[in-house]
Design a protein around this ligand. Structure first.
Ligand code: URA
Length: 478
């Protein structure tokens, strides 16, 4: 029986090469043993080099995408399952559409579990600052135990998100390292290698306690979203038992207190004071800290109905900064700016203008999604001037850290936040406006405006102007 020895538990390329070779030699799935190096029977004959005797066969793209995810599953039979599917695809090209087929269903379940594990990793990795040598870049580390082997798959997400900080994500399977320039991977780590508590943890705990609404406590839903297996690596998880315990009496107190009529004058004065005050008196020193502080932001009331605060992303060395209005429905769920429909228009226009998004810093004037509920739908509401003013603290801190040469304000809300005064887009677009911090600003349309224009000709014209403005800003920043 041929034994395939793969280089690692996630060796998709090795699996593909071996599977092609076996397929070409007509070796049936039942006759093949798949192992990761060191696990196999040392006396079994190793796999022969490909001798293409069988008919040429190319796997559909959908299968390759599925296989790339399935390989990351922890089950021992995943490589064999994939080879069986590949073998059967030659006879049944529409096999993947047969959702009740046991092999297809199993592979799809594996892929789903892997996607879920990747999603949880993106949501639950918590970085801690570690001591760096004098003069070295700030360094962060996180310890995480993913349900499946998704470290390599999710590492690029963290590199994009935290492009300008040096970090390591340590897991028992593999460790990912970002040095501000390139990603590298080393073998899995011991939990003892993870750095202990520090101030960032305190932020997460404060944030978690403040978003915890006892009246909405659903332990089942909570543990589904944050499965217990992840709790021990999350600083905020230490609060869960005490919050659950305190929840009942807090809800009771909320109910029996009844509605009270606030004195409007006092509320207005307090709001004004909190908007103008620096947050807790301490400005964040890096973008990670800023993001953690945003999660605890109470400078206005928009945090109440939002899933999370959405901070800017991109390298600290970016010359070009884009400022949108506020996260939309999808950004609120994903925690990243411009990933929904407006983000797609934005990405398309950036590509046409030959602007590399990964080299720019993309952020918003307002950090939390303002919306109203219509049935189950969350409909966007424009933030008011007070909310924009309250949120300028975060934008100003990002500007201070990134120091872009050019800031492009996308739409009127962004223009107000960037320039500090109402600036009509139609009259001001297409020109460089001087900023007080030496940089320049360009104002242009918001991508959602382009989506909303009902007239096709007007839409095409505005879109072309939008692309032109992006090109102009790019030249200005060069
Ligand atoms: N609209 C915005 O202004 N910002 C986003 O991040 C998404 C949609």
């Amino acid at each position: 029986m041929p034994v395939v020895r793969l280089d690692s538990e996630v060796d998709f390329a090795g699996w593909r090469t071996a599977a092609r070779s076996l397929r070409a030699q007509g070796v049936t799935p039942d006759d093949t043993l798949w192992t990761v190096d060191g696990e196999g029977d040392l006396f079994a004959p190793p796999l022969e080099a490909a001798a293409a005797t069988g008919p040429a066969f190319t796997a559909p793209r959908e299968f390759l995408a599925l296989a790339q995810a399935v390989v990351l599953h922890r089950s021992d039979d995943r490589f064999a399952l994939l080879y069986r599917l590949l073998w059967r695809l030659a006879q049944t090209p529409h096999l993947l559409q047969l959702t009740t087929d046991p092999d297809v269903a199993r592979a799809r379940d594996f892929a789903k579990a892997v996607e879920r594990a990747a999603h949880k990793m993106k949501a639950f990795v918590r970085f801690r600052k570690v001591d760096e040598a004098p003069g070295e870049m700030e360094t962060f580390a996180a310890w995480f135990e993913p349900a499946h082997r998704v470290t390599e798959r999710t590492a690029p997400f963290f590199a994009r998100r935290y492009a300008n900080m040096r970090f390591s994500i340590l897991t028992p399977d593999a460790c990912a390292h970002w040095d501000g320039d390139a990603l590298s991977f080393t073998p899995g780590a011991d939990p003892a290698d993870a750095p202990a508590d520090d101030a960032l943890e305190e932020f997460w705990r404060t944030y978690y306690a403040s978003i915890f609404n006892p009246a909405r406590l659903k332990v089942g839903a909570m543990t589904k979203e944050m499965p217990k297996r992840y709790w021990r690596n999350l600083p905020e998880a230490s609060l869960i038992p005490q919050l659950i315990e305190a929840a009942e009496s807090r809800s009771q107190a909320m109910v029996s207190a009844g509605p009270s009529e606030p004195n409007r004058r006092i509320v207005r004065a307090a709001l004004r004071a909190s908007r103008d005050a620096p947050y807790d008196g301490a400005a964040p020193t890096d973008l990670v800290e800023l993001n953690a502080q945003v999660q605890a932001c109470r400078r206005c009331s928009l945090w109440r109905d939002a899933t999370q605060g959405v901070s800017g992303e991109g390298p600290r060395s970016a010359r070009l900064m884009f400022v949108g209005e506020q996260p939309g429905d999808q950004e609120d769920l994903a925690g990243r700016p411009f990933v929904g429909p407006a983000g797609q228009v934005f990405d398309r226009a950036l590509a046409e203008a030959r602007v590399e998004r990964a080299e720019t810093f993309v952020t918003n004037a307002v950090r939390h999604f303002k919306h109203e509920l219509r049935g189950k739908r969350r409909l966007h509401k424009t933030p008011d001037a007070g909310e924009v003013q309250a949120c300028r603290w975060w934008l100003d801190n990002e500007r201070r850290m990134v120091r872009p040469r050019v800031i492009v304000a996308l739409g009127a809300t962004a223009a107000l936040a960037v320039l500090g005064r109402p600036t009509p887009i139609g009259k001001n677009r297409g020109q460089a406006l001087q900023l007080s911090d030496q940089g320049q600003a360009v104002v242009t349309y918001h991508p959602s405006y382009l989506l909303r224009l009902p007239d096709e000709d007007a839409k095409a014209k505005a879109y072309a102007e939008f692309v032109e403005d992006l090109r102009f800003a790019q030249r200005l920043a060069a």
